[in-house]
Design a protein around this ligand. Structure first.
Ligand code: ASP
Ligand code: MG
Length: 402
C-alpha cells in the first residue's frame, strides 16, 4: 500500500518520541508499504513561538510570524529524517518551499492549492521515506505561509490526495473516534468506521479528534482516512465513503461543544428585513453565527435567538443591541453559559423516532431545550451548560451506545 502517515505534536514531542516514531515508520516500510510522513511541530512549539513573537511585538508582522511558525515543523522533519537514517531507513525531509506546497489567501490562514509531488515520487520509487512539514505552504510571491492552527492534518490529507495514497493515517494521542468523549462518558466506545458525512458533522459539532478542514478535504477527494494511536497499537477508526451494503447505525456518536453563547432578541416586529437588520452587523464584524431560531409570531412580534462562540459574546451582544434600537420595542438579552450537543448518525435518514427519543430522554431529566437545529443526519440542541454532562450521559445510554 501507499500510505501517508501524519504524526501530531505530542507524538513527536521529544527526541525519545521521535526515535519511537522512526521505529514505527521503519517497521511499516519493512512490511513492504511505501510510506510518506507528515509531521507537526514538536509538542507545544507553535504556542511557544507565538508567545515569543508577542514578547517582541504586540501585533507581530504577519509575514514574519508565518516565517517564524513554519520553523517548528522544519525542526521535526529534519530530526525525524535523521532518526530514520540512523536506523538504516533511507529518508529525506521536505519543507513547503522545496516541494513546493502552494497556497493562496491570507498569511496565518492560507489555503492549500497544489502540492508538487515529483520529488516525493522519486523518493518513494527509490525506497526513501519522504518526511514532509505540515501546516506550512508557499505563497505565490515565494513567502512562507501557514494554513491555520491544527493544519497538519489537512496537509496530510491533501498530500494523500495528490499522490493517490491508498490510505491517510492520522496518528494521535487517542486510538480512534469514539461514540462520545470518553473523559465525560467512561462507557464510550471506539467506532470501527464512520462515514465522511458523519465525521463532518461530528467535527463540526465539537468532536476534536480531527480538524474539520481535513475531513472536508478527505471527503472531497475520496481519501480513506484512519485515526490511530501513536502510543498503543490497534485498528483505530476508518473514515470513508458510506457503503450501501453497510447497515448504518441509527446514531453513531454524540458530539458537544461548551463554547457557545446565546443571544435573544424578543419582541421584534414581524416584518421582512428584521433578521437581516439584526444579524448583518454581526456578520460584518466577522463573527460566525451558529444556530438561529425564529419562533412563531404573537401579536405581530417574534423572538429571534442565535448562538455565537463564547469569545465573541460581548461584541455580538453590543452589535445586536445597537441594531435593535432601530427595531421599535425589541429587547436584547444574552446567556453565555450554554452548550450544544449533537447526535449524529447516517441511519437517521431512513428511521423515524430519533428525535422523539432525544426529547423524551431530556424531558425525563427535566432538561430544558433552548434551541434545536437539524440536518439530514444530525440533531443538535442547545442546553444550559450545567446540564450538558447529564444530558450526554443519558443520551449515550438511550441510543444504545454504552
Ligand atoms: N503545529 C501547528 C499547530 O500547533 C500545526 C499542527 O499541529 O497541526 O497548530
Ligand atoms: Mg501542534
Amino acid at each position: 500500500m501507499l500510505i501517508v502517515r501524519k504524526y501530531g505534536g505530542t507524538s513527536v514531542g521529544s527526541a525519545a518520541r521521535i526515535a519511537a516514531v522512526a521505529g514505527q515508520v521503519t517497521e511499516l516500510a519493512g512490511q513492504g508499504h511505501q510510506v510518506a510522513v507528515v509531521v507537526s511541530a514538536m509538542g507545544d512549539t507553535t504556542d511557544r513561538l507565538l508567545d515569543l513573537a508577542r514578547e517582541i511585538a504586540p501585533t507581530p508582522d504577519v509575514r514574519e510570524l508565518d516565517a517564524l511558525l513554519a520553523t517548528g515543523e522544519m525542526v521535526s522533519t529534519a530530526l525525524l529524517a535523521m532518526a530514520l537514517r540512523a536506523r538504516g531507513q533511507p529518508a529525506r525531509s521536505w519543507n513547503a518551499l522545496q516541494l513546493p506546497i502552494e497556497t493562496s489567501g491570507f498569511a496565518g490562514r492560507a489555503r492549500l492549492e497544489r502540492i508538487g509531488v515529483a520529488g516525493l515520487r522519486e523518493d518513494l520509487a527509490r525506497g526513501l521515506v519522504p518526511v514532509v512539514a505540515g501546516f506550512q505552504g508557499r505563497a505565490a510571491n515565494g513567502d512562507l505561509t501557514t494554513i491555520g492552527r491544527g493544519g497538519s492534518d489537512t496537509t496530510a490529507v491533501a498530500l494523500a490526495a495528490a499522490i493517490g495514497a491508498d490510505e491517510c493515517q492520522i496518528l494521535t494521542d487517542v486510538d480512534g473516534v469514539y461514540t462520545t468523549d470518553p473523559r465525560m462518558v467512561p462507557q464510550a466506545r471506539r467506532l470501527e468506521r464512520v462515514s465522511f458525512e458523519e465525521m463532518l458533522e461530528l467535527a463540526g459539532q465539537g468532536s476534536r479528534v480531527l480538524h474539520l478542514r481535513s475531513v472536508e478535504c478527505a471527503a472531497r477527494h475520496g481519501v480513506r482516512l484512519r485515526v490511530l494511536s501513536s502510543f498503543t497499537p490497534g485498528p483505530g477508526t476508518l473514515i470513508c465513503r458510506e457503503e450501501s451494503t453497510m447497515e448504518a447505525p441509527l446514531v453513531s456518536g454524540i458530539a458537544f461543544n461548551r463554547d457557545e453563547a446565546a443571544i435573544t432578541v424578543a419582541d421584534v416586529p414581524d416584518r421582512p428585513g428584521m433578521a437581516h437588520a439584526l444579524l448583518a452587523p454581526i456578520a460584518a464584524a466577522g463573527i460566525e453565527i451558529d444556530m438561529i431560531v425564529v419562533n412563531a409570531p404573537r401579536g405581530g412580534r417574534v423572538d429571534l435567538t442565535f448562538t455565537v462562540h463564547r469569545d465573541d459574546f460581548r461584541q455580538a451582544l453590543e452589535l445586536c443591541s445597537a441594531a435593535a434600537t432601530g427595531c421599535d420595542g425589541a429587547r436584547v438579552s444574552g446567556d453565555p453559559q450554554v452548550a450544544k450537543l449533537a447526535i449524529v448518525g447516517s441511519g437517521m435518514r431512513s428511521h423515524a423516532g430519533v428525535a422523539a427519543t432525544l426529547f423524551a430522554t431530556l424531558a425525563a431529566l427535566a432538561i430544558n431545550i433552548r434551541l434545536v437545529s437539524t440536518s439530514e443526519i444530525k440533531i443538535s440542541v442547545l442546553v444550559a451548560e450545567a446540564e450538558l454532562e447529564r444530558a450526554v450521559r443519558a443520551l449515550h445510554q438511550a441510543y444504545g451506545l454504552d
